[in-house]
Design a protein around this ligand. Sequence first.
Ligand SMILES: Cc1cc2nc3c(=O)[nH]c(=O)nc-3n(C[C@H](O)[C@H](O)[C@H](O)COP(=O)(O)O)c2cc1C
Length: 410
Amino acid sequence: MAMLKGRRVVLGVTGSIAAYKSAHLVRELVKAGADVRVVMTPGAQEFISPLTLGTLSGHPVSSELTEDRAAGTWTDHVELGLWGDVVLVAPATAHTISGMAEGRGDSLLLTVLLSAKCPVIVAPAMDRDMFSHPATQSNLQRLRDRGVHVIEPDEGELASGLQGKGRLAEPERIRTELSDWFVQRSPLLGYHGLMTVGPTHEPIDAVRFIGNRSSGRQGLAIALELAKRGMTLDLIAGPIHLNFDHPAIRRVNVETALDMEAASLSAIKEHLPDVIIGTAAVADVRPSAPLSGKASKKDLPSSIELTQNPDVLLGMTSLVPSACLKVGFALADDDGLEAALRKKDTKGCDMIVLNSLADKGAGFGHTTNQVRFVYGPDRIDSFELKTKEAVASDLADVIQSRLSQRPPLT
Ligand SMILES: Cc1cc2nc3c(=O)[nH]c(=O)nc-3n(C[C@H](O)[C@H](O)[C@H](O)COP(=O)(O)O)c2cc1C
């Protein structure tokens, strides 16, 4: 069940007699380490109280689109849809299944499902004749065609007294299928990555520093995409202001290039990576003699002597065997191709992800990026402007296809 540890599960509970089993299901998922947020349809509340599911999940249960009419507040269905690694609807009524098939948005749960970027799983529960009805079967087929995974109901005695197929799968089976499904979707399971992200800050005194505009957003998107595919990662992060947490990512916060170098090298000694990705914008130089405390304006020197920082990426690539895939990043203010090719060779990288400030919407401070994957003078893949998440997915595809050709190094 390790696959469920730290997974974010949005659990949709609908108005089926089997809704009572969702209490057991929440417990199973929480016990397996999942972070569960429950969304109930108003119909589901006829069968089980939000208090029960809220207590068991450890989070308030959402049910209505508007939270407080008088205050004009509303439940952020988009945020919930984006939060989950999966939306699991269990039990799923014929009514909600038909709403999903049609793309209706007349309950909070349906709007969450319409907003969700993550995969969706449904576990139908209903009377035998409702389940076998051509309308229900064709709705389920429409969902399958859209990539929704259906956990087949059990056969047996139904609440109506009839015998047949329609009984909600037992919570243990739902949990196991969910876990197996995560395994199937984790092609990088067993592989380990080491990444640097963000800028470094090189102190001039206790409050001032030399740094750069790197936000760490692209690096973080890559780390999350690889973790989503099952990879574990050591993430050595310079000072960035992006909050995230993922159970597969061990984050070490550092400030300076020297700290980043020390943390990266010690991470390699602890766990040999299958891939190294140097996205950090490491400061090339640091003040040779930082002042202690906060220097007053009149004590600030008119010039600052600088010392070259170590090459963090080169330090990492020279410590690992050739089977470890090494990915460098380069930011240019012109075409940058020649410099990227040089960087690839001098830093011992297999490829460079090149972006240029000359391209509108690329580089620091944007949510988008336009990159080229540079493998050699005659092998360059150019991409159009995309979100940083989409760039992360393109890079993860390349990493996945390379790593899948060999077993993990450790
Ligand atoms: C006692 C009782 C049990 C019900 N059980 C089910 C059921 O197991 N499956 C189902 O599809 N509908 C069932 N229904 C009907 C749904 O509650 C009804 O279609 C409702 O509109 C579902 O809304 P929802 O999908 O938004 O929760 C039941 C209704 C009642 C009164």
